[in-house]
Structure formats: structure tokens, C-alpha cells
Design a protein around this ligand. Structure first.
Ligand code: PLP
Length: 384
């Protein structure tokens, strides 16, 4: 099994940080790259001409490798919301159609559609799981349902940010194919831990940021765009989205045709180099460890916490192991969540996130068994 990678991070021994799903700490090597990137801007005349391209193609290749995409199918963007807005512009959904979203899903895969609903006459249907947190069954039921409006799109997180519920994307996609509906996946809480394969899954879009599970910076994200959508007009209009618009040329707007692949969707100011290698670094670390080994380690850590809580008879609930992601534990409190629970944990240098009435535990490769046992001990004392 992958060992703890704590030494690669600047995390004091008494810090028990179980909040990667909010934002992960940067590895020390990534911090150094960020410092080097900032220093470059102090001496712009020293920056080699091809530096930007090398950097962003490195990032693009790293992101593609996470989900088994071709490098040409990945665009560099700033946030998941940017990606969803791109998808909305690309898809131009027919009036009178229906979109499925998950109850209390993060704003990113939801609000763009709500914002368009009235003007485009779209019905946004919210899928609610039962008390068992079985998101997949709830989705399959909603997809199969006879509805007045045809289903155009499912726009969902593949791991729910609040309870860690896991969507079985293969089953959802199979059901969608039968209806000819599209699939947008917000893979924020999956990319880097769960092995996705867009070549076989064939979603329309898959989007993920770097600042959580990818051990990277804010302001960097990626969108996979299926080839069938790569002829569409991007959200932003950039010079590098076109075949030839170059300041150095005598004529500026030389060839305004869009570039042929997903690079046309790259965001403006893409080349911001301070954070680019920082983003690649975390992804490349994960790839070097192997996603399956990362998942296996995180599963071991969440299971240790789950069984530790059960042994101590701490009064908490959690979704069934087969219905939740292996790396996120959403703890429910049948007797009510203690007031200011996060604050009380932080007094013991333990960090986890209250989310929609649950306490979300999200370990990463820098956590170890000591962290898990401390968390159990501290939570048991606070709750009982
Ligand atoms: C499921 C999910 N999607 C997206 C985001 C971030 O979205 P954005 O990059 O648009 O800020 C988060 C952040 O918590 C999230 O949990």
C-alpha cells in the first residue's frame, strides 16, 4: 500500500487536517515552484519564448492522463463554474427540455442551468436520494421517469460534496444513452482519486479544479470536451483560440477560424505562469503514486475512522460504504450536531468541515493512522 506522504508537506505533527475536500495543502515542491514562478515575473526579460507553451501543455497532458483523455480534448480553465458556463454555451439546449441536477449539489453544476431556465424554457429537476443516500438509484429513477419534457442533460457531481455519496457513472450513462441525453460531470471530488476513463464512459463534459484533491493551486481547472462538441463557440474569445492572430505579425487578424480541438476553449490569461507548474506538480505526483494506490490508502484511512467511531460507540451515522466515495466520510448526528463542532475540533488542532448538517471528513495522502486515531478520540470526547 502507498505509505503516508506527509514528509512531502509542511504539516506539523500535531495538526490533524482532514479537510482536503475544502482545500488541500500544497506539497513543499509545489510551493517552491510557485515561488520560482513569482520570481520570474520580476525578470520578464529572462523568460524564454516557448516557456508558456511548455508549461500549459504540461498541465494539459497531466490533466488528460487523470481521466484517460486525449490531450487535445482538454481545455485549461479557471474554475468549475467556468466550465459549466462553457458547456451551457456549447450545448444550446432545446427549449422545453429537462435537466437533472442533484439535491444540494454544489452551485457549480447547478446555477448556470437555473439562471437559464426561464429564458430558455428549461425545467431543472432536482433529484433527491432516500435516507440511504443512494444517489445512483435516485438518478436512474428520474431518468427512467415518464415526463412531459424530454430529458436533455444530467449535470451532476460524481461524488456529492456534502455527504460523500458516489454516483455510478457507468449505469447513469447507460440509461442516458437510451434517451439521447447529455452528461456533464463535475469531477471535483473524484479526479485524482477515482480512475475515470472518458474514452469508454464518453461523457459530454468532465470538469475538475486543482485546489482540492489534486494538491494544487486555486484558479486552475480543466474541462474535457467530447470531440462532438469541439466545433462550438467558446465562452471567451482569445487570440490563441483562433488559427492565427499574432501581435508579432504585420497583419493582426490573419486567420480567425477557431483552432480545431478543445484548446479553443482555453480561458483568457491562461498563461499566468505563477500557478501553472504548481498545478502540474500535484497531478504528476498523484500519477506517479498511481490513482488506485491513492484510493486504496484513503479508503484505509476512512475505514479506520469509521470503525474507530463504531468501536467507541460515538453516536454518528454515515452512508453505507458501497454508496459513498472511498475517500470522503459524511458523518450525521442523530442527536443533532454539537454547536460549533468545527471550532471545538480546531481547539485540538483537528480540522474537518461542517457541511449541510454533517461533518465531512476528507483525508489525503499526508494523513496517517495517527491522524485517524486522534480524530476519533477528539470527536468521541466532544460528542459524548
Ligand atoms: C462539487 C464541487 N464542484 C465545484 C466546486 C468549486 O467550483 P468552482 O471551481 O466553480 O469555484 C466545489 C467546491 O467546493 C465543489 O465541491
Amino acid at each position: 500500500m502507498l505509505t503516508s506522504q506527509r514528509d512531502l508537506f509542511d504539516i506539523p505533527r500535531d495538526i490533524c487536517y482532514l479537510n482536503a475536500a475544502a482545500w488541500s495543502p500544497l506539497p513543499i515542491g509545489a510551493v517552491e515552484l510557485g515561488q520560482a514562478g513569482a520570481a520570474k515575473k520580476a525578470h520578464p526579460w529572462e523568460i524564454p519564448e516557448d516557456f508558456g507553451r511548455q508549461q500549459f501543455e504540461r498541465a494539459r497532458a497531466a490533466a488528460a492522463g487523470l481521466i484517460n483523455a486525449e490531450i487535445d480534448d482538454i481545455a485549461l480553465i479557471s474554475s468549475v463554474g467556468y466550465g459549466v458556463s462553457t458547456a451551457a454555451k456549447v450545448l444550446d439546449l432545446p427549449r422545453n427540455s429537462r435537466i437533472l441536477v442533484l439535491e444540494n449539489d454544489h452551485t457549480a453544476p447547478v446555477l448556470e442551468w437555473l439562471a437559464r431556465a426561464e429564458a430558455q424554457d428549461l425545467e431543472i429537476e432536482t433529484v433527491r436520494p432516500g435516507d440511504d443516500h443512494d444517489w445512483t438509484s435516485a438518478l436512474l429513477e428520474a431518468i427512467a421517469k415518464r415526463a412531459e419534457r424530454p430529458l436533455a442533460l444530467v449535470s451532476i457531481s460524481s461524488v456529492h460534496w456534502s455527504d460523500g455519496g458516489l454516483v455510478d457513472l457507468d449505469r447513469v450513462q447507460e440509461a442516458l444513452r437510451a434517451q439521447g441525453a447529455g452528461l456533464l460531470i463535475d469531477a471535483t471530488h473524484a479526479a485524482g482519486v477515482l480512475s475515470y476513463d472518458v474514452a469508454s464512459l464518453d461523457p459530454d463534459f468532465m470538469i475538475f479544479p486543482t485546489y482540492k484533491w489534486l494538491l494544487g493551486p486555486y484558479g486552475r481547472a480543466f474541462i474535457y470536451v467530447a470531440k462532438r462538441h469541439q466545433g462550438a463557440i467558446p465562452l471567451e474569445q482569445t487570440s490563441y483560440g483562433r488559427k492565427r492572430v499574432q501581435a508579432e505579425d504585420e497583419r493582426y487578424f490573419t486567420d480567425l477560424d477557431y483552432v480545431d480541438d478543445a484548446r479553443r476553449f482555453d480561458m483568457g490569461e491562461r498563461d499566468f505562469f505563477v500557478s501553472m507548474d504548481v498545478a502540474s506538480y500535484g497531478i504528476e505526483l498523484l500519477q506517479a503514486w498511481g490513482l488506485d494506490r491513492v484510493r486504496e490508502r484513503l479508503e484505509m484511512l476512512t475505514e479506520r475512522i469509521a470503525s474507530g467511531l463504531a468501536e467507541r460507540r460515538v453516536p454518528v451515522t454515515m452512508p453505507r460504504a458501497d454508496l459513498r466515495a472511498p475517500h470522503v466520510l459524511g458523518l450525521g448526528f442523530p442527536n443533532g450536531m454539537p454547536e460549533d463542532l468545527a471550532g471545538k475540533l480546531a481547539e485540538h488542532r483537528v480540522y474537518a468541515a461542517p457541511r449541510l448538517g454533517r461533518l465531512r471528513i476528507s483525508p489525503h495522502v499526508y494523513n496517517d493512522e495517527t491522524d485517524c486515531d486522534r480524530f476519533v478520540e477528539v470527536l468521541a470526547n466532544v460528542v459524548q
